[in-house]
Ligand binder design. Structure first.
Ligand code: NAI
Length: 463
């Protein structure tokens, strides 16, 4: 790992390879490239200092360069210890954009790098978050500065963030509180981070406006679904090379990620079963043709187990003890607590390769754990393909522009981008795949009560 100047990456020499892949990614990210064309001259993000905490992949590199093309100052960290693509980090560092991300960084480094991504000389004024860690860092730190006891950490994760907060408090007293005041808003990428934001609003503790990017239709109904449809099986294959066809796979959760994940496994020929707690999603799974089961009934017969719930303790130690020899266990939800990995720590682990471990259970049976229970599509593969990330990140850029140019029109609440922008994001992705859109006549438009230019659906429409 090399550090020189204002970045921390695995190997800056990887930048050349990174640039080649970036050039290809740009051809698959028409939404971001269109925003560069539309706003490259007017630079609506001029004066903004954006701290980004989001998987440092090739697609994210295209996002970062788009933000910079629109006038932003950017500093970046990854939101997950295994998700960085080191050549993507290298190309960003080489372009002179401070980035702190290494695939396989420790939890301590995770929070240290996040801290570094806030260190603009004049301080950050916007956050672009994925999972809410950057927001959490500032808010928790400010509460600690106000004298609140952070309590005894209940996980390694918490231990690491508490330690980093104490370090920053000692080095720069008052820094968290000032940063909290300077931040004009956050745009949040994923379901889990959005959940945290709505909790903050409920507790009256959100100190700035937030834009929920996840619930743009062109984000969650595409990235979470079609993205996972491609990247879940990609991760399992790169990790294990296991034959997928004929295997019995269990997908826990049938929300957007679960729908994509089940489709991914089915597309690879696996026989897929689903678990759910929500009767609506359970019914959807059944009517999509999946057997809906409870985990306990299939735990000793299935070959592959994938969690997609955003919940904790979904696959527990008692389940893993029952699994058959060489069962594959992985998670594609945001955090690693969906699988009780902590309870496996006192078992015998054999590392097979990066992000793949074989764990021996007391009975002598073994299981293959992917990415130590962290999101496996980014840990074991390279995350979603560029095209679908273009839709997500076009929403991100529009959200950042909105917060920077109109932030004072928003309250300290969570907002979703207006439907005409959602439709704009979709529109920007049609040409690349040869979609020809029909148009409404004025008579037709007035018959269904919309404008011929859109929006085409009422707010309550669910797609
Ligand atoms: P969602 O809310 O649409 O789906 C989660 C589903 O899990 C819900 O239907 C819920 O009823 C179900 N569930 C909750 N507890 C359960 C339990 N104990 N057993 C069975 N089912 C249970 O959320 P979404 O958008 O699908 O996201 C899921 C997770 O994936 C989140 O943590 C999100 O942040 C993350 N995510 C990961 C991505 C990736 O590339 N790895 C991409 C997008 C989201």
């Amino acid at each position: 790992t090399t550090m020189a100047g204002d970045y921390f990456v695995k190997d800056i020499a990887l930048a050349e390879f990174g640039r080649k892949e970036l050039d290809i990614a740009e051809t698959e990210m028409p939404g971001l490239m269109a925003l560069r064309a539309e706003y490259g001259d007017s630079k609506p993000l001029k004066g903004s200092r954006i701290t980004g905490s989001l998987h440092m992949t090739i697609q994210t590199a295209v996002l970062i360069e788009t933000l910079v093309a629109l006038g932003a100052d950017v500093r970046w960290a990854s939101c997950n210890i295994f998700s960085t693509q080191d050549h993507a980090a290298a190309v960003i560092a080489k372009a002179g954009i401070p980035v702190f991300a290494v695939k396989g960084q420790t939890l301590e480094e995770h929070w240290d790098y996040l801290d570094k991504s806030f260190m603009f000389p004049e301080g950050a004024n916007l956050i672009l978050d994925d999972g809410g860690d950057a927001t959490l860092y500032i808010l928790l730190g400010a509460r600690a500065e106000a004298g609140e006891d952070l309590g005894v950490p209940t996980s390694e994760e918490e231990e690491a963030i508490h330690a980093q907060i104490k370090k920053r408090m000692a080095a720069s007293p008052g820094w968290f509180t000032k940063t909290r005041e300077d931040i004009q808003g956050v745009s949040e990428e994923t379901t889990t981070g959005v959940h945290r934001l709505y909790e903050l609003v409920k507790q009256g503790q959100l100190p700035f406006p937030a834009i929920n990017v996840n619930d743009s239709v062109t984000k969650s109904k595409f990235d979470n679904k079609y993205g996972c449809k491609e990247s879940l099986v990609d991760g399992i294959r790169r990790a294990t090379d296991t034959m997928m066809a004929g295997k019995v796979a269990v997908v826990c959760g049938y929300g957007d990620v679960g729908k994509g994940s089940a489709a991914s496994l089915r597309g690879a020929g696996a026989r897929v079963k689903v678990t759910e707690v929500d009767p609506i999603c359970a019914l959807q799974a059944a009517m999509d043709g999946f057997e809906v089961v409870v985990l306990e009934d299939v735990v000793n017969s299935a070959d592959i187990f994938i969690t997609t719930t955003g919940n904790k303790d979904v696959i527990r130690i008692e389940h893993m003890r029952e699994m058959k020899d060489m069962a594959i266990v992985g998670n594609i939800g945001h955090f690693d607590n969906e699988i009780q990995v902590a309870n496996l720590k006192n078992h015998k682990w054999t590392n097979i390769k990066e992000q793949v471990d074989m764990i021996e259970m007391p009975s002598g049976s073994r299981l293959i754990l992917l990415s130590e229970g962290r999101l496996l599509n980014l840990g074991n593969a390279t995350g979603h393909p560029s095209f679908v990330m273009s839709a997500s990140f076009t929403n991100q850029v529009l959200a950042q522009i909105e917060l920077w140019t109109k932030g004072d029109e928003y309250n300290n609440d969570v907002y979703i981008l207006p439907k005409h922008l959602d439709e704009k994001v979709a529109r920007l992705h049609l040409d690349r795949i040869g979609v020809k859109l029909s148009t409404l006549s004025n008579e037709q438009a007035s018959y269904i009560g919309v404008s011929a230019e859109g929006p085409f659906k009422p707010e309550h429409y669910r797609y």
